[in-house]
Ligand binder design. Sequence first.
Ligand code: TPP
Ligand code: MG
Length: 561
Amino acid sequence: MRANDGSRTGGEVLVDQLVAHGVRHVFCVPGESYLAALDAFHDRDIAMIACRQEGGAAIMAEAVGKSTGRPGVCFTTRGPGATNAAHGIHIARQDSSPLVMFVGQVAREAREREAFQEIDFRAVFGSLTKWAPEIDDAARIPEIVSRAFYTAANGRPGPVVIALPEDMLTDRVIVADAPPFEPVEIWPGATDMMRLQKLLWAAERPIMLIGGSRWSEIACTTVMRFAERFALPVATTFRRGHLFDALHPCYAGDLGIGPNPKLIARIKAADLVIVVGGRLGEMPSQSYTLFDIPGPRPTFVHVHPSAEELGRVYRPHLAINAAPTAFAAALEGLEPPSTIPWRDGTPAAHADYLAWTETPKEMPGGVNFGEVIVWLREHLAPDAIICSGAGNFSAWIHRYYRFRRFATHMGPTSGSMGYGVPAAVAMKRLNPDRTVVCISGDGDFLMNGQEFATAVQHDLPFVVVLADNGQYGTIRMHQEREYPGRVVATDLKNPDFAAYARAFGGFGVTVEKTSDFAAAYAAAVRSGKPAIVHLKVDPEASTPTMSLTAIREKALAGRGE
Ligand SMILES: Cc1ncc(C[n+]2csc(CCOP(=O)(O)OP(=O)(O)O)c2C)c(N)n1
Ligand SMILES: [Mg+2]
């Protein structure tokens, strides 16, 4: 119950700051270390989702940050809770997603005694976050929470972890709320854009590669308009396919793992490469082989919201410190040359993309996972949201699904397994009227499969399409390549996933033939419950192009065995 003398507990001040900054959803696993903050949620209009593991809670917050551009928020308890959550914190770091995590901390007078579950937050989270403060004085909560929101969202977004000593949360203070946080835009200079215009006018084979965070629906459509006016081919980088309509005539494809060789050739032949938003990290750069480091051969333009990323790996000919949102708007001021030398190449780039992604290869086993993905691509609405984690199963998504709209793919560029289910919980919570589908592997699903219970509890009906090949298939593929025939720790004995769904109070169905998928998916949707469509996939179907046996035989042949 709130006091009427104008004073508030630290917990109340904290929750009021979240309200002030526009937070609508919070994800947590409760702890006795922050009871006063939990209590303050009782009287405030913020939806609280209690999760089953802090890794799930942090991923849900990360997914909110990834899809909205505003910090997602989660709460955990001290040592074991916070370290469980490190999974999601690392994703927010690598994926450049704004996130603020609050952690209940031991009381101030007990610090440094290794009190119950005490850890040194600054030391543990220092290298994973943009900032890891501890709030000692309840009167400073508005200041520090305000800074946390700006820090998480400014420049290159990322995570902030704030420790809250439990006795601080019960202190009473009289303090004003901070004004609402607003993300800070980063505009390119007029000179930058003029120089870009000149580079475009001098180019013969330019290409744009888009990725990273700090995009929006408007920015994506603005870049598409620019691409049209300039007939410019545009590719998206690893797990950022949703930034450009795959059916747009300028779309050249997905630059991730196992990309179209024709796209790679096109990028290698380009004389002007414009990288917008992303870092061009290890996956899209094809393990740093695509461009020379530090001096790329083609004229290299890098547009990034963080000054620190510019020149960090690639020395750009033109570095533009701007957020994709602002840069996209500034592109409206550029004029294409009167004749565009590369005009005829762009439809060819798009045709190459369509051909590469059209028809999945025949694969061993009753369920052809590629055909399942094609079925989803042809039947889901363009605004349906796909959530996925990491594993070879995701290669079929990247290859055959065609993302049409911003934030319709929630996937970890950090390659972290266990992302799909919690991300789907968050996306269904944010978008109750949209279709949300989680696509998981068997290993991937069980890393955070416990959040299926969260979906049931909060009545969030999404469908998990679970590709069960009875193995950590990606690692098995690497084993067969590097140590053919020597299988260690990659076989999985799995539960009956359809029964798992039912045991949790959801809907479950098992599919053993591709032709049964459509009916199973329809039944899952009809159930109105969180659902698992459990696909029995042959372990031989290792990648969209190669069987496990073919990978092993190739490796053995390479060794002359
Ligand atoms: C959190 C985490 N742990 C381990 C890995 C290493 N890893 C990458 S893929 C993979 C196996 C994925 O298995 P599954 O989800 O069954 O997908 P499959 O490759 O079989 O399709 C593993 C263990 C990882 N990327 N993330
Ligand atoms: Mg598997």
